[in-house]
Design a protein around this ligand. Structure first.
Ligand code: HEC
Length: 94
């Protein structure tokens, strides 16, 4: 029983440290996947740090009208990713 508990704690600690890393990878992955089929990512990277969250939301909604396919939660996630690029452009905008 004690042993089991220890492995749960160890696994939990691992997940906590791994989560931010995965989130970052996740972001560049979904941006690559959804935002580079119609234009180069350059188009996005030029605007990093120049748009507020609300402005990015409007941008992604405009992309939906052009034909981007995303559901609402993906849209929110992508908007957060775009805002986060300002702090950490390395993931997507090298
Ligand atoms: C279905 C095609 C398509 C997809 C997919 C697409 N875009 Fe665009 N995007 C366009 C077109 C067309 C333009 C140029 C017209 C314009 O600026 O409205 C553009 C322009 C832009 C611009 C420059 C104009 C501005 O508002 O600053 C940004 C930034 C941008 N896209 C971001 C994105 C992001 C982020 C994604 C992924 C969530 C994405 N795009 C996915 C078609 C697309």
């Amino acid at each position: 029983m004690k042993k089991q508990l220890t492995s749960i704690v160890v696994a939990g600690a691992f997940l906590l440290t791994a989560a931010p890393l995965l989130a970052g990878q996740d972001c560049s992955e979904i941006l690559e996947k959804n935002c580079t089929s119609c234009h180069y990512k350059n188009r996005i990277c030029q605007k990093v740090g120049k748009k507020t969250k609300r402005a990015w939301k409007n941008t992604t909604k405009r992309m939906l009208r052009y034909g981007l396919k995303l559901d609402k939660s993906e849209l929110n996630k992508i908007t957060d990713c775009l805002v986060a690029l300002e702090e950490n452009p390395g993931q997507f905008c090298k």
